[in-house]
Design a protein around this ligand. Structure first.
Ligand code: HEM
Length: 230
């Protein structure tokens, strides 16, 4: 087992598993964040945030998610260093001009680093304020007919998107994410063996669609919050 994980294919396997797991998280994350576009003063978003904050399954998944990110980044760095070493002086000589090699596939590490930079800002702006410094004010909403006190997550998110620089950071992060996924999704599926000549083309289309739904979806939430919900 340890031999497999230290081989190149083993590392790629771990990257694919964690990458596809992170895409699943992002899909759920985007779906919940889409509630920020409901013009109800944040009631639905607050109800969803309350559910996520109090659900035991989500509490278990949080550290699993963090491990997923760490493993993905660790093995990406290891593989990139290994590839650079193997290519030596030739590392700038080939690639972009080769047909079939997209810009994204050649720049996955740079795109990943852009997402990580975005993620550090994002975690500091939301997760830290939600979970560590607990900067959320209480508010009241009706959940299944019961008047319930919940944390006003919407107010914090809405205030954060009041700053134009934040919106710009989110658009850059989301476009970087879309680019990363436009190669990452089908490439991950291929590494796991769920691909052949017919399915490779199909997965490429699916991957591109998923990638841009994410990229444009996250961007649109930030832009619409800034220009229409302040
Ligand atoms: C419009 C865009 C986005 C909004 C409004 C948003 C909102 C939030 C909020 C409110 C939290 C805190 C949740 C909590 O701790 O209970 C959070 C956490 C998080 N977000 Fe985002 N997010 C956005 C985009 C993204 C993107 C693009 C990524 C990844 C590339 C991402 C990754 C994460 C992660 C890893 C966490 C911490 C895990 C968690 O506790 O849920 N988010 N986000």
């Amino acid at each position: 087992m340890s031999n497999f994980l230290s081989s190149s294919i083993g590392k790629k396997f771990l990257m694919s598993i964690t990458g596809l797991f992170l895409v699943t998280f992002l899909f759920i994350h985007l779906s919940l964040n889409a509630l920020l576009l409901v013009d109800d003063g944040g009631e639905l978003f607050n109800a969803a945030a309350h559910f996520m904050a109090t659900n035991p399954l989500i509490k278990i998944m949080e550290p699993v998610l963090a491990i997923g990110f760490i493993v993905h980044i660790f093995y990406a760095s290891l593989l990139t260093l290994q590839n650079q070493k193997a290519r030596g002086k030739d590392r700038y000589a080939s690639g972009n001009s080769t047909p079939d090699v997209t810009w994204a596939s050649k720049n996955m590490y740079i795109l990943g680093a852009t997402i990580l930079a975005f993620l550090i800002v994002h975690i500091a702006q939301f997760w830290v304020k939600f979970k560590i410094t607990k900067e959320l004010e209480p508010t009241h909403i009706d959940i299944a007919g019961v008047h319930t006190e919940v944390e006003n997550a919407y107010a914090l998110v809405n205030a954060t998107f009041g700053y134009l620089w934040v919106v710009i950071v989110y658009v850059i992060g989301s476009i970087g994410l879309a680019w990363h996924l436009s190669h990452g999704v089908w490439s991950g599926l291929q590494t796991l063996g769920w691909s052949n000549t017919v399915w490779r083309k199909r997965w490429e289309v699916v991957g591109t669609v998923v990638a841009w739904i994410m990229g444009l979806g996250f961007s649109a939430i930030a832009v619409i919050q800034h220009f229409f919900f302040q």
